[in-house]
Design a protein around this ligand. Structure first.
Ligand SMILES: O=C(O)CCC(=O)C(=O)O
Length: 215
């Protein structure tokens, strides 16, 4: 269940942190994630370069469907309750991916290839502790609202890392934002249209991501 206040928070700011949602299972989830990554037969992509990712990122598409412990999340009430609350008119599951980042991401949205006019939510379990000095996800609250003039101005200013400093005088890492510091077991949820990034990465960042779009 999400409270009315949590739904309002998501509607207003475009993201929600649910600390400790999977604290009890995170060790098993992490083992399953590592097991899939260690399997040489799994199809994987290395998306290094050319995108908003600053360095190496190994990706296994549809990760959640490649191990029974991960697959169980798809029908877990703690996940479905969030999807039901944020997409009350129905939703379709999107299998997402599993990633090992040895990199950061510059300011971007996840919604380039999808219908931007409808809500599409991403859920993420980061499997390593992350803080603002070490690769935690950063968001620009409210920038999921595409028709808003502020959103348009922010997108123009920050979504090209090469020109941010010329435009607003600070590098991407110094753009004012909210940082979602996480412990393993926390569930993060965001609207794929929100502008987000991660900076100051110091380690391997493992993340299991999946989502739902409005039916
Ligand atoms: O953790 C990050 O750097 C952001 C991940 C993300 O937004 C993505 O996978 O597109």
């Amino acid at each position: 269940m999400l409270t009315d206040q949590q739904v309002n928070y998501f509607d207003t700011f475009g993201y929600l942190a649910l600390p400790g949602r999977f604290a009890d299972e995170i060790d098993a989830i992490t083992r399953a994630f590592d097991h899939v990554f260690a399997d040489p037969d799994q199809v994987r992509m290395d998306t290094e370069g050319g995108t908003y990712v600053t360095g190496q990122r190994d990706v296994i598409p549809g990760m959640i469907e490649r191990h029974p412990v991960l697959l169980a999340l798809k029908s877990d009430r703690r996940i479905l309750d969030v999807a039901d609350a944020l997409l009350p008119d129905g939703h379709t599951f999107l299998p997402g991916d599993g990633s090992r980042f040895r990199s950061e991401t510059t300011w971007h949205v996840d919604a380039t290839a999808i219908d931007m006019s409808r809500r599409n939510i991403k859920m993420a379990l980061y499997l390593d502790p992350l803080d603002r000095n070490g690769g935690a996800l950063r968001v620009l609250p409210g920038t999921h609202r595409l028709d808003d003039q502020f959103t348009q101005q922010v997108r123009k200013a920050v979504m090209n890392e090469a020109t941010i400093a010329d435009t607003i005088g600070v590098p991407g890492a110094d753009v004012p934002c909210w940082t979602l510091e996480t412990e393993p077991g926390d569930l993060l949820v965001w609207d794929r249209r929100i502008v987000h990034a991660s900076y100051n990465n110091t380690t391997d960042r493992r993340v299991l991501a999946f989502g739902f779009k409005a039916a």
